[in-house]
Design a protein around this ligand. Sequence first.
Ligand SMILES: [Zn+2]
Length: 246
Amino acid sequence: MDAALLNRIKATLEKHSPEQIKYDCPKCEDRGYTFEIKDGYEVAVPCECLEKKQSIEKLALSNLTDVFKQKTIKTFTTNTEWQIEAKMKVLEYVNNFKETNASLILTGNPGGGKTHLGVGAMLELINNNVGCVYKEYISMLTNLKQVSMNEEEFIRELEKYINPRVLFLDDFLKGEVTSADRKYIYKVINTRYLKGKPMIISTEKSIKEILMFDEAVGSRIVEMTQNNIITFPRGLENNYRLRGVI
Ligand SMILES: [Zn+2]
């Protein structure tokens, strides 16, 4: 068959073929990879849409509720100078993260917006395709305690706090700490420290109080922050939950 005829048949077939599938990314047809020939071999090359897709997956695995997903850095309201300063510091932390791999501590007064800014930092990191998982400190301890008698289950539970690229531990050192708790806390913090895995920590405790609680734990945390410590001022007037009430 001659080429011209072949092309005519092809064109006719295309005209009558079912409607073309719509892809989110026409370049890779939603495969996440394109295929190129390099040195005679066909290799898969990550498509530019892959990072976006991965970051959506990371958000799904983040353990953040829909309410928390609204707590972006942008939606953090700044009425006072220290709030502006805190917001700037979080932005700086996030922007430098890929070079510093640092941890972040948000310490101080309850109701100052520590969790909001911590989640905001997380969301921004996830947007930059850095995996982050949110965990409440109290439930971490409860969950570890519940499976402490079964080694296999305990390791599986422990991995939830060790494996994430970045772990947000909310309300660190809240309440009484038993000697068993102390062991778990050290295990999680020390393993992350040795693996170079950063944390975002919110806590009502001051840096001094954390160091007094346990110097080994405290000094590792402080070292990992590389000075990314945001202190919220004490005082009821800084508690936005009580604004208008007192
Ligand atoms: Zn693509």
